[in-house]
Design a protein around this ligand. Structure first.
Ligand SMILES: [Zn+2]
Length: 316
């Protein structure tokens, strides 16, 4: 059976046999959503109180060490099933969804979140084998709620506005690309209101090569041996691998918190992809396009860093 069919069957089974998942997916359908227009892109706000566990989570080393890892089998509910993939990952239904169908794809081993070259290849292969899904990856310092346990996530296609916006050929004139070949390209744009790198190619080796070089270029630009701060989206569509990398500089905005003038936001891949999950009703009611753009500008890499990344990319 194809992987995508196994996953469809897994979803069906879990939604009928696991009350927590069933209730949260049913609740998701009733969640308030509203659209906000940034200058050149659309953003959807989703009021999703069960995500408070994620947007409010402590991810410092001491808090992580003190908590049972929710991606390790021994701490997962008995009802949570898995589909094993490649002898390396377990694909599971995320019981606290943002997407109408939402998966967690975690390493079988408790090893740190890091987008190493073999992880890049696995992500691309998974995207190919899961044609109805968008994979995403949150760096350990900017959005991963389990930075100590390697994992991707996946959401059903057709949900993130950015995935449709970013493939518009008008955004990618030949003479503005960072590098291109007959098989595809890597480019950078700010035209969708946040800085992003985009890789589009029919060739998996080329996608892997561009993304691995981008990792090095970002590390050099920040002068850190740690993984660069990033959020990544990856999907396969009509023969093309598509990879979006949002270069980040900050995990949470200065306005993070609750109360007057504060917002409980921990933006990661899904938010950068155009769906902002809001755990607090007041935030949902009051967030404006200006707030969102200010937060994006504060969290994403600045222009000087982008210039260095592109320069480094050419040298790697
Ligand atoms: Zn773990």
């Amino acid at each position: 059976m194809y992987l995508s069919e196994q996953i469809d069957a897994l979803l069906q089974r879990q939604l009928s046999s696991w009350p927590v998942a069933r209730d949260n997916y049913a609740a998701l359908q009733q969640l308030p959503m509203r659209s906000v227009s940034l200058a050149h892109s659309e953003v959807i706000l989703q009021y999703n109180p069960v995500r408070r566990r994620s947007s409010g989570a402590r991810v410092d080393a001491a808090s992580l060490a003190a908590r049972p890892c929710f991606l390790c089998r021994e701490h997962q509910p008995a009802e949570q099933e898995m589909v094993e993939w490649g002898g390396a990952y377990k694909i599971q239904v995320n019981p606290y969804p943002i997407f109408p169908a939402h998966l967690t794809i975690a390493s079988l081993d408790h090893v740190p979140q890091r987008l190493e070259p073999r992880r890049i290849d696995q992500m691309l292969q998974l995207a190919l084998e899961l044609p109805d899904w968008v994979l995403f990856y949150n760096g350990p310092r900017c959005g991963a709620s389990a930075p100590d346990h390697m994992h991707f996530q996946a959401g059903c296609k057709g949900f993130l506005p950015l995935c449709d916006e970013v493939v518009d050929p008008a955004l990618w004139p030949d003479d503005e690309l960072i590098e291109a070949s007959n098989d595809g390209f890597i480019g950078f744009t700010q035209r969708l209101d946040r800085p992003l790198f985009f890789i589009r190619t029919e060739s998996r080796p080329l996608a892997s090569f561009y993304l691995a070089r981008l990792q090095v270029a970002m590390m050099l630009a920040t002068g850190s041996a740690d993984e660069p701060m990033q959020n990544v989206l990856c999907w396969h569509e009509g023969d093309y691998y598509n990879v979006v990398v949002f270069p980040r500089r900050k995990h949470r905005p200065d306005c993070y918190g609750e109360g007057e003038g504060r917002f409980l936001l921990s933006p990661a891949s899904v938010d950068m992809g155009g769906v902002w999950t809001i755990a607090v009703q007041r935030d949902y009611d009051t967030l404006t396009a200006t707030h969102l753009q200010d937060i994006i500008n504060e969290l994403c890499a600045d222009n000087a860093t982008i210039v260095r990344i592109i320069d480094n990319f050419h040298k790697t």
